[in-house]
Design a protein around this ligand. Structure first.
Ligand code: FES
Length: 230
């Protein structure tokens, strides 16, 4: 007789565990939605956005880096966590330039989808309107720093998947920004290719391949039903 697989409790449901699972991985495999922005299965986690914060046995942890433990009680969708996520998303919106209807990534943007799922209808905070200039110097990739949420996915993809290290994060606090490794600091002088994973992994509309905008019609974009999905 084989022993039953270990499980933990996720919002009251039993979730099976596999060795090495994080809370986010196990919950997603079982069909539960864990809000996240900076996690992608293709690269190592950075735990930088904190949108995936859950309560594990009452303690707040980032689900994307916290190992799931047998018997653990995880709470993800509580009113208090929902409120925290809403404020965090509102902060991300006011720290940059996120005018969704005019963005090519609209309907395919994780930030926009997370805000819709969180029920965000207003910014709540004063918009900071940072002075960040578009970098259109690359022949095939558009860089709009005002949309960058510093998730570091392009940094990790360039390093771990493309073996190039085109990107890094510089500065601190509100001065933090994406750095480009090139003689001029502009994307056009960097080693980035439009075929690189880093050119496609951005969860928002900060890095966009040129000449493919609005390719999917409204209604068929990945997050068109974000506000109604789990
Ligand atoms: Fe876990 Fe961003 S997805 S901290």
């Amino acid at each position: 007789m084989t022993a039953p697989s270990p499980t933990f409790e996720f919002d009251g449901a039993a979730v099976p565990l596999q060795p090495g699972d994080t809370i986010l991985q196990a919950a997603q495999r079982a069909g539960h939605e864990v809000p996240h922005l900076c996690w992608d299965a293709r690269v190592s986690p950075s735990a930088s956005c904190r949108l995936c914060t859950v309560l594990a046995d009452g303690r707040p942890v980032a689900a994307c880096v916290t190992p799931a433990q047998p018997g653990q009680r995880v709470q993800c969708h509580t009113p208090a966590l929902a409120q925290q996520r809403l404020r965090l998303l509102q902060l991300l919106f006011v720290e940059g330039h996120h005018f969704c209807p005019g963005c090519e990534r609209s309907g395919a943007c994780r930030l926009q989808a997370a805000a819709a799922r969180a029920g965000m209808t207003e910014l709540h905070f004063e918009a900071l309107d940072p002075d960040r200039r578009v970098d259109a110097s690359h022949p095939d990739v558009w860089f709009e720093p005002g949309r960058c949420i510093l998730c570091q996915l392009c940094v990790r993809a360039s390093d771990e998947l493309d073996s190039k290290r085109v990107f890094a994060i510089g500065g601190r606090g509100l001065g933090a920004h994406l750095l480009i490794d090139s003689p001029s600091g502009r994307l056009g002088d960097s080693a980035l290719s439009v075929h690189d994973a880093a050119a496609h992994i951005c969860p928002v509309g900060a890095l966009l391949p040129k000449r493919v905008g609005f390719a999917q019609p409204i209604g068929r974009r990945p997050f068109d039903d974000a506000e109604t999905r789990g």
